[in-house]
Design a protein around this ligand. Structure first.
Ligand SMILES: Nc1ncnc2c1ncn2[C@@H]1O[C@H](COP(=O)(O)OP(=O)(O)O)[C@@H](O)[C@H]1O
Ligand SMILES: [Mg+2]
Length: 354
């Protein structure tokens, strides 16, 4: 939970300070007033990157040379400060007053999730977003997931380099042992995490879409096959392509639904609801493991949704017990179970409303 937030020279925000409520916060304002910029700034403090996919350089206010973000994050009985400064010297991260190492330190201190108007890409887009979705939960639930994931990436890179260099088959096989070991660990950890999340996924699917959905982990190589075997049988092809074709870097989550539901899922609004169900389930699972409320950022949640769907989404979000910061052109469209703390943005300036 974030209590106090300050941003300096982030996008259109010259200097803003917010005292956020522990439950529901709503930021209203006209188009291009700075609502998304504010959420992007909050998200940056918890991720070290933009959810809009913008490069860090683009985030500094025009004409300025650096941006600074700061937050006071409340834990059960303590407060930890989190700060980020991006200047010509690069990104500086501080957690609890000490220099910290990058995005992982931020994510540990200020775990958050985002539902924005692009969230439907989690369903409509390629598998990478769905792998990232699962790895985010794993990062918070399994203490060594990030370390394993990083070592796996390195092993994959080395094996790919050997393939591209057209090294001898023996040389390529010499990379296999480490690759297989780490792939196995990553695979096991992701399966465990999906198992842990599955009830919440189904429940939120039912709640938001009235649909009985299944979620299946696809490991990234042929079903019923050992990865070692898959590597062996595709070696010729891998040498041609210069990259490893089988492994957890090719994994995906398949959403399973019947014919009748498939027709419903073609619309962008329905995809947004399904993706939101996934984000809420991930939030719930991480929250249970961390034993503290996370922050959920909702950028224009009403976009693409009809009245009934907005109501469903808002009540599912409220039931999670997390801290919510939502933006809206029309704040009265978001009806939370208790009165939210309200802010109004105008040309990058924020005022708290009584
Ligand atoms: N680096 C930047 N420096 C200054 N202004 C910016 C920067 N990046 C974006 N903006 C401006 O910020 C304004 C607010 O954008 P945004 O936060 O997306 O608005 P909203 O979500 O309220 O519609 C836009 O007018 C945009 O041009
Ligand atoms: Mg916006």
């Amino acid at each position: 939970m974030i209590r106090l937030f300050r941003a300096n020279n982030f996008r259109c925000l010259e200097k803003v300070e917010l005292e956020l409520g522990p439950r529901f916060n709503v930021i209203s304002g006209a188009n291009a007033s700075g609502k998304t910029s504010l959420l992007e700034a909050l998200a940056y403090l918890g991720r070290g990157k933009s959810f809009r996919g913008a490069s860090t350089a683009k985030l500094t206010r025009h004409g300025e040379s650096e941006f600074v973000l700061f937050g006071e994050v409340g834990r059960a009985e303590s407060t930890v400060t989190v700060g980020v400064r991006n200047s010509r010297e690069g990104l500086e991260v501080r957690v609890g007053g000490e220099n910290a190492a990058g995005a992982a330190a931020l994510a540990g201190a200020l775990p958050l999730q985002v539902i924005d108007p692009e969230v439907h890409n989690l369903i409509a887009g390629g598998p990478e977003l769905r792998r990232r979705f699962l790895d985010w939960v794993a990062f918070h639930v399994e203490h060594d997931h990030l370390a394993v994931w990083r070592r796996f990436r390195r092993a994959l890179k080395q094996r790919n380099a050997a393939l591209r260099a057209r090294s001898s088959e023996a040389a390529i096989r010499s990379w296999n042992a480490e690759f297989l070991e780490l792939a196995g660990q990553l695979d096991t950890s992701r399966r465990r995490v999906l198992d842990l999340t599955i009830d919440s996924l189904k429940e939120h699917g039912l709640q938001l879409l009235d649909a009985e959905l299944g979620f299946e982990y696809q490991q990234g190589w042929g079903r019923e096959k050992e990865l070692a075997e898959a590597l062996e049988s595709s070696l010729d092809r891998e040498l041609q392509l210069g990259s490893t074709q089988s492994g957890p870097h090719r994994a995906d989550i398949k959403v399973i639904y019947d014919e009748r539901q498939a027709r419903k899922l073609v619309s962008r609004g329905q995809q947004k609801l399904l993706a939101s169900a996934m984000i809420l389930a991930a939030t719930e699972t991480a929250q249970a493991a961390l034993e503290r409320p996370l922050v959920l950022l909702l950028d224009d949640p009403a976009a693409e949704l009809d009245g009934e769907s907005i109501t469903r989404l808002v009540s599912a979000v409220a039931a999670l017990g997390c801290q919510v910061v939502a933006t809206s052109l029309a704040p009265e469209a978001l009806v939370f179970p208790e009165r939210p703390v309200m802010f109004h943005v105008e040309q990058g300036r924020i005022t708290a409303q009584a």
